[in-house]
Design a protein around this ligand. Structure first.
Ligand code: HXC
Length: 258
């Protein structure tokens, strides 16, 4: 499959997607998001892949949705085309973990895209922001929903209402990012973490992702019940037998994803 707006590579059991509209700071056109959804869905369906990394370039992960494309659209255009829902939501349906490796700007839809991933590794050059208010719109791909869940109401209000950008260390203190790393190590560290995840039992990894995401969709009791049932389900897998036997036999496990 060849793409125009993204690049894809395979590193062992890890699928790497690089957003590739550098002249527009990776502005997220519909064509780019269509290709991104196709690439992530293909990696998700590929039994040789265990985890994915999504990145941009040194200057920008992505500076937002494509303002040039959006500027002349009317309500009926975006409503009839189901803008955002039609293609951005593909990313939510990916079951394998996705790590966003963010260098430079992650603004507007770029910050929202990073938050759609399962965790963010931020380069020390990363800048996160929701500047839509300056354009007369609001975050439309989850910014007002995922950001407060990650950083709390106060900082989400500050970022969305004033358009203030935060740097990597503030993002880490606030809980938006999992790790801050030197810019030249950002993708490498994400690939290493993704390789580690890919070395584990895939069904177990999928269950962990699903269960953590359930924490944001349900009351504690329901979430705990969901977790407990999935935990019980792991006892039906060969990988649970293998993982525990390997520990007791003081050897590395050999998971078969069954
Ligand atoms: C289209 C964009 C763009 C964007 C940058 N460019 N961001 N084009 N959509 N979101 C283009 C610029 O027009 C310019 O093109 C080129 O990329 C380089 O950008 P500069 O502004 O010259 O770079 P710099 O001075 O370094 O400033 C970087 C920046 C600034 C601070 C990131 O580009 C900026 O503020 N961009 C817009 C950020 C933003 O508002 N994002 C939210 C978008 S709305 P030319 O042709 O002049 O070289 C949104 C909605 C989300 O995301 C909800 C739905 C998903």
């Amino acid at each position: 499959m060849s793409y125009t707006n993204i690049l894809t590579e395979v590193h062992g059991k890890v699928g790497l997607v690089t957003l590739n509209r550098p002249k527009q700071l990776n502005a997220l056109s519909d064509a780019l998001i269509d290709e991104l959804g196709t690439a992530l869905a293909a990696f998700d369906a590929d039994d040789t892949i265990g985890c994915m990394v999504l990145t941009g370039n040194d200057k920008a992960f992505a500076a937002g949705a494509d303002i040039g494309a959006m500027s002349q659209w009317g309500f009926v255009d975006v409503y009839r085309n189901d803008y955002i829902t039609r293609n951005w939501e593909t990313i939510r349906r990916v079951r394998k973990p996705i790590i966003a490796a963010v260098r430079g700007f992650a603004l507007g839809g770029g910050c929202e895209l990073a938050m759609m991933c399962d965790m963010i590794f931020a380069a020390d050059t990363a800048r996160f922001g929701q500047p839509e208010v300056k354009l007369g719109v609001l975050p439309g791909a989850g910014g007002t929903q995922r950001l407060p869940r990650a950083v709390g109401k106060a900082k989400a209000m500050d970022m969305c209402l004033t358009a203030r950008m935060i740097d990597a260390s503030e993002a880490e203190r606030a809980g938006l990012v999992a790790r801050v790393v030197p810019a030249d190590r950002c993708v490498a560290e994400a690939l290493e973490a993704a390789a580690t995840i890919s070395s584990y039992s895939l069904p177990t990894v999928l269950m962990i992702k699903e269960s953590i995401n359930r924490a944001f969709e349900s009351p504690l009791n329901e979430g705990l019940l969901f977790e407990r049932r999935l935990f019980h389900a792991t006892f039906a897998t060969s990988d649970q037998k293998e993982g525990m036997s390997a520990f007791l036999e003081k050897r590395l496990p050999s998971f078969t994803n069954r």
